[in-house]
Design a protein around this ligand. Structure first.
Ligand code: ZN
Length: 422
């Protein structure tokens, strides 16, 4: 797919352009200006866009059951728990190899391509007779938890669906505490949380996998660990603990996200970033007070090798589709031990973040096929490399040469009231 842009618009005058843009994309507030060819065509302003082509919760259940059937059980699907509103959370396991790989998607319910890509990975690994698939099955045990926040996903929003009084009912020791800092009760990304509050589940993890919520740890901050107060994070934590007990460690953990729609390549403001990736989420535990106990297990170099495998796979397809070449490194100055990636990286998993372009409130299902394909190619390349052992030959230093994410040129990103979230 070509980027949605320039040639047509570049030829018309500013006044015509403004009229044209206003007629076709009412959310765009900024008029065109000379020298900013792409800016007027991208906005992070929330809109209500169609998402029905993505896989919803019911369809996910049907599709997982189908995969279990057509793979003659090679894909083994189990219900591993229920969301706060009682929806099934499923895990699909495929392969019998010694290396455990955990994949999760839709921890943010408005970030949907990961779920579709996971279904394609399960289909290939579970049913293909190719040597590649056979090697993945014999070398890896892949456990996927697609749509791990189904309540948020059904509401098509970032947070889950859970009130603070439901937290304190479950954890009476928290009565009287200030609610967690990541509790949403105000409008956000175009969603009104005042009637249906919820939590950013991706700040609810703790590297201490046996942590239980304590009043003195609230409300916390972005730089602190989380608490496992949401059913959704506890479900994933329990799977992670089970795999650790079974395999000694979880070799690799991948969490599939989306970011703002309007980031551009650092050297070309006309090319939007298709996906950013990262292997670094926390400060080095060896030199961070309170985290020293994780210094021996933390393996940033392995995370870098995994990212290089993702990057190489996509660069290898850029001739077919230039979008696959527009891959950048996610900002490296983050310290988020309360994320799943941060907590599991500290526990020794090579951890990989995918940040695909545009959440549902900015792009809807537009570009779904290409963006899902981007995720699939990245996952496939990484899994192949782990299964073949080639991962160990990749140079971690290549990671540091992946281009950094350029600026966001979207109009909404320039307004103080709008928060760009990943
Ligand atoms: Zn996200």
């Amino acid at each position: 797919m070509p980027s949605p842009r320039r040639p047509l618009l570049a030829a018309v005058t500013g006044a015509t352009l403004l009229a044209l843009v206003s007629a076709t994309t009412p959310a765009i507030a900024q008029p065109a200006s000379a020298g900013a060819p792409a800016a007027e065509q991208c906005s992070d302003e929330p809109r209500d866009l169609p998402v029905h082509e993505f896989t919803d919760h019911r369809e996910l259940g049907n599709e997982l059951a189908r995969l279990e059937r057509v793979s003659a059980g090679a894909v083994d699907v189990t219900e591993i728990g229920r969301s706060n509103r009682g929806r099934e959370v499923w895990a699909a396991r495929v392969g019998t190899g010694p290396k455990a790989v955990l994949l999760t998607s839709e921890i943010h319910g408005n970030e949907k391509t990961g779920t579709d890509a996971i279904l394609q990975v399960l289909d290939f690994v579970g049913t293909s007779d190719t040597a590649k698939a056979k090697r993945m099955r014999s070398e890896l045990t892949i456990v996927a938890i697609p749509k791990m926040n189904p309540d948020g996903a059904e509401l098509d929003r970032r947070g889950n669906d859970m009130r603070w009084d439901e937290v304190t009912a479950r954890f009476p020791q928290l009565r009287g505490s200030e609610p967690a800092w990541n509790y949403y009760t105000e409008p956000r990304q175009g969603d009104d949380y005042s009637q249906l509050p919820g939590f950013d589940v991706n700040r609810d993890y703790n590297p201490d996998l046996n942590y239980e919520p304590k009043a003195e740890d609230f409300p916390g901050t972005s730089a602190d660990t989380g608490w496992y107060i949401t059913p959704e994070s506890r479900i994933v934590r329990d799977v992670y603990k089970g795999l650790t007990a079974e395999f000694g460690k979880v070799d690799t953990y991948v969490d599939l996200h989306h970011q703002g729609a309007c980031y551009v390549m650092p050297d070309d403001p006309d090319r939007f970033v298709t996906m950013s990736i990262s292997g670094k989420f926390v400060d080095d535990p060896a030199t961070t007070p309170g985290y020293e106990q994780y210094a021996d297990t933390y393996d940033l170099d392995y995370a870098k090798q995994l990212n290089v495998a993702v990057y190489n796979a996509l660069q290898g397809r850029a001739n077919n589709n230039p979008l696959f070449g527009n891959i950048t490194l996610y900002p490296q100055d983050t310290n988020l031990p309360g994320t799943g990636l941060g907590s599991f990286a500290l526990n020794g998993s090579g951890s990989v973040l995918f940040e695909v372009r545009g959440q549902t409130q900015t792009l809807g299902q537009k570009y779904r096929t290409q963006l899902t394909r981007t995720v699939y190619i990245g996952l496939d390349g990484m899994l192949s490399s782990i299964a073949s052992g080639q991962i160990g030959n990749l140079d971690p230093a290549v990671y540091d040469s992946i281009p950094p994410r350029g600026p966001s040129i979207g109009s909404a990103s320039r307004t103080a009231t709008h928060v760009l979230e990943d």
